[in-house]
Design a protein around this ligand. Sequence first.
Ligand code: DGJ
Length: 728
Amino acid sequence: MGIIFNESSETITLHTRHTSYQMKIGNLDYLLHLYYGPSIRDTDMSYQIMQYDRGFSGNPYESRNARTFSLDAQPQEFSTQQQGDFRTASIEVVNSDGSYSFHGKTANFKIKDGKYQLDTLPCVFAAAEDTVDTLEVTLTDEVSNVQVILLYSVFEEADIITRSVKVVNSGAAPIHLKKIMSVCLDFLNGAGFDLVSLPGRYGQERQVERQHMTHHIHTIGSVRGSSSHQQNPFVILCDRDATEDYGKCYGFSLMYSGNFLTEIELDQYDQLRLVMGIHPKQFVYELKPQEVFEAPEVVMAFTEHGFTGLSHLYHDFYRTNLCHSKFVQRVQRPVLINSWEAAFMDFDDVKLVEIAKAAKNMGVDLLVMDDGWFGKRDDDNSGLGDWYVNTDKIKCGLHKLVEQINDLDMKFGIWFEPEMVSEDSDLYRAHPDWAMQIPGRHAVRSRNQMALDMSRQEVQDYLIKNINAILDDANIFYVKWDINRSLADIWSNTLPAERQGEVYHRYILGLYRVMDQIIKTHPDILFEGCSGGGGRYDAAMLHYYPQYWVSDNNHPIDRLKLHYGTSFVYPVCTMGAHISDSGRFVPLKTKAVVAMCGTFGYELDATHLNAEEQEICREQSGLFRQYYPLIIKGDYYRLTNPFEPGNMTAWQHVSKDRSESLLSVVVTNLTCNGPQEYIRAKGLDPNAMYSINGGTEVYSGSALMNAGLPINREVEEYSSFQFYLKRQ
Ligand code: DGJ
């Protein structure tokens, strides 16, 4: 059993294979947090808590003259407000009398088999072979009758704990939630932590930054209506000396695609608190009596084995417990060619078939018709929302086009941007009020398109009906689901003035409903998410799509950083990676080596490649197929850090049984007459002997991991190497 209640100490301990998490129903029924870290077996960790009379700290009224118990200094499971804790709150609720208090005392708890469910939001699931238990702790405010239910699911073998929170208004009048965080984690001894986050920008998503925690509140978040290019809803708290291979690391991955906030506060006593959840900016959610609000799930992991150890926990878990698509593990993904960088919107059916024919020679399995095929869409000023075929371009009609592609023994894919509408579109002319805009104000322009009000049911129904109709009408194998602007003009004309603070969140709920109805009803279609590149690359999106476009930046040398950063939490099998014309001085082979650290495909006009180039591509497509099981199911190792000065970037995929491995190296810089470089492998069996690229010489795993492989430096800049290691 992963969850143990100890009656005498009143502690509840969650156990995974290597970790423990403990809380205590403490003094006056406050729920205290005691521990999260390496396994502590059945130790009662309350011995850690010291109580002093701290100056200016608040004491609960019920503690009478005892001044030593203050929530301002106690580690808590769910930090509250107006209770004498002046640190970061997990909840801000305006009660029906206008007060802001939430005094949550532990009312009861339940331990159940299996994983909790959320009705409105995506969450991870338990696979058949998993041992999963759930803890539900209810905190009740006896005056307002507001209840907070803390949910924990413990995935024992995976070393993962998921958390979520439900707020129930059991009072007689409406209340207003202004902040509700999904996780609160306190560390008694919080000095010496570093924070690792994945900031970025368009074209440079998920770069890696690390900073020391100091005595203030560090915030990371997005108010762009999506999880964004600029920040990612994933952070690591780690030891200051943690490295790729060593050191304690805590990961927090939020399953939400809208505005989010992570706050990390190092307090006056060097205690550290992390909270993470929906961003409170412009968030006011009314809860009528008996209504329930669900906060998104956070997936937590802990390891003592550095960033690699943490990445492996997330990669393994997200490959098996996040997305139901058969393409995650069971069905091989195709090598695709996408029309975007080949033709942008300047194509017709004939051009697409020409590209497909040339691509067929390159070993491509799937042609994707990107933006430009629908409505009136010759540039990005019009057409969004009109999800019917533009017969001036696709003269033969969609059916016939798909047939022609299928006749080449290739599959067909299509692009949508469901959430958007152009002012110049039939949809906008028919329903201008479906676009988000504030009455009397001009909407903010962004790529000259507006966001549909996804909180409205009729908008959701329109999208479900029209997109499903296209998917059901032709033999479509793949869909790229894009979104190309941040949200502004947040206002819905179906909600009264005092409920406009719900729109950001209702947009996301509406989006998830549309995705459920389209994606889950088409289990045979391979879906890829996209947001002007990788602007909404988060765990919730990966619940729906098995793969996500990493970035519009296809330059292979930039991609080394993009793949590196993304891999901290998201498995490489989710990373959409293509070869394009970008990177004129980079050999085609190197572009392919980089794109093989992902789902592999092309983003160029195949008709422009000469026979020799097509042959190289055919070989590369073949290699991708050969290495596919390793890339998709193996353990991924970052061997070098492309953000640090160096001449080479290297990474490695190792099969779970360590019998084979693919080690890739790109020479990014060549110092004149520089020292010899050695790349040390990881994850091999030290006692086994491995051959390299089918050669007759064999090397021990230990030699390859400790002495490393010498990389020939008498090569052109941007050359690359792939070493296929096979246990003998
Ligand atoms: C942004 C995407 O990232 C591109 O790949 C392409 O699909 C364009 N949108 C189309 O508008």
